[in-house]
Design a protein. Sequence first.
Lengths: 780, 158
Amino acid sequence: MSVAKSLPHDAAPLHVTGTARYVDDIPLPANTLHLAFGLSEVAHGEIVSVDLDAVWAAPGVITVLTAADLPHENDVSPAPLPEPMLAVDTVHYVGQPIFLVVATSHLAARKAAKLGRIDIKPLPALFSVDEAMAADSRFEDGPRIYSKGDAAQAISQSPHILEGSIEMGGQEHFYLEGQAAAAMPQEGGDMIVYSSTQHPTEIQHKVAHALGTHMNAVRVETRRMGGGFGGKESQGNALAVSCAVAASITGKPCKMRYDRDDDMIITGKRHDFRIDYRVGFDDEGRISGVEFLQLCRCGWSIDLSLPVADRAMLHADNAYAIPNMRVESHRLKTNTQSATAYRGFGGPQGMLGIERVLDHVAHAIGRDPMEVRRLNYYRDMGDTGPGTGQRFGGKHSPNAEDIGPETTHYGMPVEDFVLHGMTEALVEKSDYFRRKAAVSEWNASHATLKKGIALSPVKFGISFTLTHLNQAGALVHVYQDGSIHMNHGGTEMGQGLFQKVAQVAAARFGVGAEQVKITATDTAKVPNTSATAASSGSDLNGMAVQAACDTIRARLASFVAERAGTDPADVRFEDGAVHVGNQALPFEDVVSDAYLARISLSSTGFYATPKVAWDRIKGEGRPFFYFSYGVAVTEVVVDTLTGENRILRADILHDCGASLNPAIDIGQIEGGYVQGAGWLTTEELIWDSEGRLRTHAPSTYKIPACSDRPDIFNVSLWDGENREKTVYRSKAVGEPPFMLGISAHCALSDAVAACGAGYPDLNAPATAEEVLASIGRARS
Amino acid sequence: MSAIAVSTTINGDEVEFLCQAEETLLDVLRERLGLTGAKEGCGTGDCGACSVMVDGRLVCACLVLGAEAEGRSIETIEGMANGDELHPLQTKFLEHAALQCGVCTPGFLVAAKALLDANPDPTEEEIRFWLAGNLCRCTGYDKIVRAVQDAAQELRGS
């Protein structure tokens, strides 16, 4: 069967020959026009006057548009609240688009865009969460609060109480392919849009509004993105809408791509947070209560900030059964880029908050943080034994069956917890105890270089928390020659979704994956899709494609069964053949016969995730279908004279359920870990006192490079299957491994703690400067 | 402004093109010659996505002017395979699943080939530091390094 096979990414042969087409590679007519935005250089202010004479006069300029020139809606928001594409009256951050240049070349448009003379009367600007809190500048009326038990009372009655705070920076997506879109005007005002987007349906929706037409007049196609990571969930709207509007006005094809610097200055990033905490615990480190204050910097526009901040709250427990908990979340409006979706979608920030608490508690009582983590884990639940993901007979889950599942602080039972077994397995596999002792020995005998080692777990909720988004559609055709054409609403951004889903389709028909043609996501084929986000791509689209295939398969089975005088239930599709009775008929022959017998060989498929129901205001219900799990051990070394640091070794055990494609899933895990570790170590975003982002290119913004890869990097998959009925019992894998990178931050904290008796209070990113500062704190 | 006429060799073929003085080699390859394998990741020579060879030297095509190609020999990803026969590096990138979104892949392959042409038996550390000028946001690099090691071994015939 084609599932559970490590087949290469479907486009890999194109990638290695440089022939895979991204939006900017699509050949367009010679008369194509190119677009660029003129940007605000002021963080907050009233637009007094706009002088675009020099822009109009620049070589190659065809037209220049301001908000007033837009024929219909000026809105690129993914949320109910509007977000103007071009500023109207007021600017809200440095980098906000004010006007749009349409020119004969990319360079001509960019050069002209620098020539606008915008007179802006500055207004007071808010940059930090403290400034925003003081000014009560926020989205929603007040904070959201999710709670369970009485945290304040539980903490006050605890033997030990700690307070602390951690700052965590944002993160630039740094998809290697920058934002890009192109639009081709059609007859009768229709529009075809090529967009590097995770959400073609939203592009279609926004373009339709901008053109004053209906969604049925707009077709959006996305073959692939050069990386997305959440940064192309909503941030591509402005480019696609600009292209469509300019194409509509000029009657010519239009293309827009951001230069890297513009991309980083204009688009939103991961939300930075400050999380304050108060925790009560006993001598062993068992936590009785935690209070979190999550201050989330959302930037100037609402974008996806509410669900991001919700998800940070929903992961404030991570893997720990904390009987009393209170999470208070403020969504603060500042004069910075509008922070947006980024792999983990708030989950990493919430999780880093509780992992910091565990690290702090362990430090306070002088225990191994790994043991304190295990002590506070949720109970293992469910069946045990081979193939269930619980290899250790549930010995860490005393009487789980009798007691029933523990519930999270938002009332969802944790029914599929497997981290006890996973932790035990990784502790053994990574030789944790011996290495922990070796690190201690090293630190006792070395003054300058200090090592650290840490284990951290991940429990990540799978589903869109906005329940209605948990749906997907597919369209499958079987042609007369037996070849299969597959389409679904998911988008390919490198994660291997298309390949995994194609393997599902091939498995349903019992043919090889090469027989399935993978086709570009197209709003004209599958409508009303959700963004490819929330790790849901394979879960949702795999099931929708399976449903479409099964419809066709049932028709074929009835056809051959009737012909052979047997029951359709006895017909099997395997090894490229249709097995009926003692016969094995070639799949192609059956298809061709079915065509002649006038049987439909095309079907849509649909899937809606069961069980999920969630009230985000009350903070109650079941936001997630299930949880994905992982655990990582990271070892680091720190130079105490400079703060420089390196990851020496990483060991990971991750739960993909029954993996649809182990090679692709392991790729997601490795990449996720490195990206997560990058967020917490080298990737630092710096704004100056005027609100200008000073790290807007790879020269100053440091994502991990090849030389940063851990010397030893062991990744393996947990042998289990999803207890929920997902596609072939697999689990979502896009986001969860990102948070395994938290172990690198904890390991740095461990190394710094070896420098003195004080708690390192390590913030993120733990750049060399921050590590050096925390060494000072440890020594004081 | 009048265009500059340039005669050069690209992937073994003699090529002539006209370009403006400010056009980069990357612009020329992508916009004028239809060779879109080299990508613009940053435009400032920091990401390596536009890596090509000029007279046997690894360069970022975004930092070279198109006019500078005059009389030189350029090699791009499009010339790496011999017809349908992939270079061992390309094969190993496939086998090791050493790519995801693929934008960095052409640059990595060109850079890795430059390394192996000069040093057929690099250490793991030499590979990692040679490729440090090529950024990948998806893979975490592990599979890339392994693919290059494996290709080097195959090329050495050992």
